[in-house]
Design a protein around this ligand. Structure first.
Ligand code: SF4
Length: 443
């Protein structure tokens, strides 16, 4: 089945000439997402990059200095309507309203967890698509001298680059939802503006942005790069390159493209397994770009940019947390400019798997460290707010049919047993993923 957007049209970016394919397994069993609101054809104002706003103002016969006033309204005051851009004359406010959406996010549902340290937000976009962001507060800690904490206070926002995801990792609630559509640039950066509005109320600001929410960022790379440029621009959000992380599940041509751009942000690779048979199951994209190719591209990125690569590794009990896996991981990354983050799996309805125990995670970390690779164990944030990627959107979409859940579980068990015996997966790429990576979208 071709991915469709909320209006039922083929999704932007999918190949219109690709032959129709039958799905290799039943759909999620959920009702397809329907637009609750009418799609709004006006572009998002916050997505205008360097020079675009000036060009629009010139075409509208407006003086160039209005660009600064509009940017201040969007980025300093976080305006959500043209009427809130009070430094602008009324006719220009009307013109902006006719031409742009000042805010591309229609509604927010916020859940707070961890005693206020984690805020998970489900955003509803103007066509009914659902995305998520997670704001994590890290208080200052440690002692580096009088009045100087060792680690400064941080407010890290994890944002989405797509609605849903085609990669289909079986431990991920977003993977179960399937692919919805690519986000526009404004829809990406407006997640940051919404969080900024909230933290501004407490006198602080978003200090770090990580592209680790819904979607595979390198399958919407043009818009992700536009977003990074906007977030880094001191006239807009002004976030330093060291404070932005872009993650990928292993889109090798995308990593190479990032490498050619130089050190603009930190690269994170969602690895989750160091052995191909297992990674074929945990990250289906591995069937297209296997572990060795992904790590070779990331290694080259580190060499060219001088920036350490982070490897994310979700710990799943009895699946990828064995001594064999720890040794394979250490062998794979030893000597690289690399660091591993171990993350206990969040429980997800359609998988039979559970998170590794804290003791297992600690043993695994110690073994990888002894193997010569730096490791950090990450705390699992916001479990009481459904912090697993895609979980709130999955809850909103409703329970999948029990027969579909049973089928998924059976397939996952069968595939992982094959993988644990050391055989590569015979499964093809999921149809959505084949459409995304097999059509030249990845450049
Ligand atoms: S873990 Fe990331 S790449 Fe995998 S399905 Fe979820 S969102 Fe997509």
């Amino acid at each position: 089945m071709s991915p469709t957007d909320a209006t039922g049209d083929r999704t932007a970016g999918a190949n219109p000439d690709a032959p129709a394919r039958e799905p290799r397994e039943p759909s999620s069993g959920r009702e397809p997402r329907r637009a609750r609101l009418s799609g709004d054809p006006r572009p998002g104002l916050s997505g205008l990059g360097d020079g675009e706003l000036e060009k629009w103002l010139a075409a509208a016969g407006q003086p160039a200095y209005r660009a600064r006033q509009i940017r201040d309204a969007v980025w300093r005051q976080n305006a959500s309507t043209a009427a809130e851009c009070l430094t602008l004359p009324a006719p220009l406010r009307s013109l902006i309203d006719e031409s742009f959406r000042v805010d591309t996010i229609a509604e927010n549902e916020i859940k707070v967890a961890d005693g206020g340290l984690t805020e998970k937000t489900l955003h509803l976009l103007s066509d009914g698509a659902l995305i998520e962001s997670v704001l994590m507060h890290y208080p200052a800690r440690g002692y580096a001298g009088p009045g100087k904490p060792l680690h400064r206070e941080r407010h890290t926002l994890c944002i989405s680059s797509q609605s849903g995801c085609a990669v289909g990792c079986p431990f991920c609630a977003t993977g179960e939802l399937g692919f919805g559509r690519d986000l526009e640039t404004a829809e990406i950066v407006d997640q940051v503006r919404h969080a900024s509005r909230r933290v501004a109320a407490t006198g602080t600001h978003v200090t770090n942005v990580v592209f680790m929410g819904m979607g595979e960022p390198l399958l919407n790379l043009d818009r992700v790069l536009e977003s990074v440029a906007i977030l880094a621009d001191p006239r807009m959000f002004g976030l330093g390159a060291r404070h932005v992380v872009v993650s990928t599940s292993g889109v090798v041509p995308g990593i190479k493209r990032l490498t050619a751009l130089g050190p603009q942000f930190t690269l994170a690779v969602s690895l989750h397994a160091a052995r191909d048979p297992l990674r074929d199951v945990l990250v289906p994209l591995n069937r297209r770009w296997p572990v060795a190719e992904v790590v070779a591209a990331a290694r080259e990125h580190a060499r060219v940019t001088g920036r350490r690569v982070s490897y994310e590794y979700v710990m799943i009990s009895g699946v990828n947390d064995t001594e064999i896996d720890a040794d394979a991981l250490a062998r794979l990354l030893r000597g690289d400019l690399a660091h591993v983050n171990l993350i206990p799996m969040n429980p997800v309805a359609h998988t039979p798997w559970q998170a590794s125990s804290p003791e297992r995670v600690a043993e695994f970390a110690a073994r990888v460290r002894r193997g010569g690779v730096g490791v950090t164990i990450r705390a699992n944030r916001g479990q009481d707010a459904g912090a697993a990627c895609g979980q709130l959107a999955a809850d909103r979409a409703g329970e999948p049919e029990p027969s579909v859940v049973a089928h998924r579980r059976e397939l996952i068990v069968r595939e992982s047993e094959t993988a644990l015996r050391g055989s590569r997966s015979a499964e093809e790429l999921p149809a959505d993923l084949e459409a995304a990576v097999g059509t030249g979208r990845v450049r």
